[in-house]
Design a protein around this ligand. Structure first.
Ligand code: AMP
Length: 183
């Protein structure tokens, strides 16, 4: 399976994502990636395929959004031999942070990035990664944090894009999704 392109892997990725209905609350169709992660060959092939895509880009850092963005972002950064920057929920990062509040369906949440996340690199170019984009609030806040910390987001990469929810999202950067899901 190793060496396959992202297009070649799409069907297997789709087949290995479990849908959990009404989690974490009624009406939500939760896309559970743990079933994909336990499939060692597919997990490896996915990271390899992403590596093949992004080694053609000029990137200094991969920034992953807590927590599932860490699962894909860390091995990708390692494979690309680039730095990894965590974008975390409020209160989790120990040093000075920039923070961004964003709206959820009910209420709000806050994400943070270390102020010195990209220090030592001039005009840092950053790949943003998460497992899924829905309304885009999380990705938008993360993109703004990357800019605030002095980075330029070169692309936002998601394993899944819930198109019915993400259609009106306007990130400044290009969005790349492995799977575009319409239901
Ligand atoms: P949003 O800000 O609406 O784009 O939500 C994206 C974030 O919420 C991502 O970090 C996802 O991990 C999580 N998320 C939202 N909807 C789902 C879903 N249906 N299944 C799994 N994760 C989800």
């Amino acid at each position: 399976m190793s060496g396959l392109s992202i297009d070649d892997l799409k069907i297997q990725i789709l087949e290995n994502i479990r849908i959990v209905n009404d989690y974490p609350k009624k009406g939500i169709k939760f896309r559970d990636i743990t079933t994909l992660l336990q499939h060692k060959d597919l997990f490896f092939a996915l990271i390899e395929a992403l590596k093949n895509r992004y080694e053609k880009y000029e990137i200094d850092f991969v920034a992953g959004i807590e927590s599932r963005g860490f699962i894909f972002g860390s091995p990708l950064a390692y494979a690309l031999k680039k730095g990894f920057v965590p974008i975390r929920k409020k209160g989790k990062l120990p040093h000075k942070v920039f923070q961004k509040e964003y709206l959820l369906e009910y209420g709000s949440d806050t994400l943070e990035i270390h102020q010195d996340a990209f220090c030592g690199v001039l005009n840092p170019k950053v790949l943003l990664i998460d497992d899924l984009i829905a309304t885009g609030g999380t990705a938008k806040a993360s993109e703004e944090l990357i800019m605030q910390a002095g980075g330029k987001c070169v692309e936002a990469c998601f394993l899944m894009d819930l198109k019915m929810l993400s259609q009106d999202v306007n990130l400044k950067t290009n969005v790349f999704s492995v799977l575009e899901l319409w239901d």
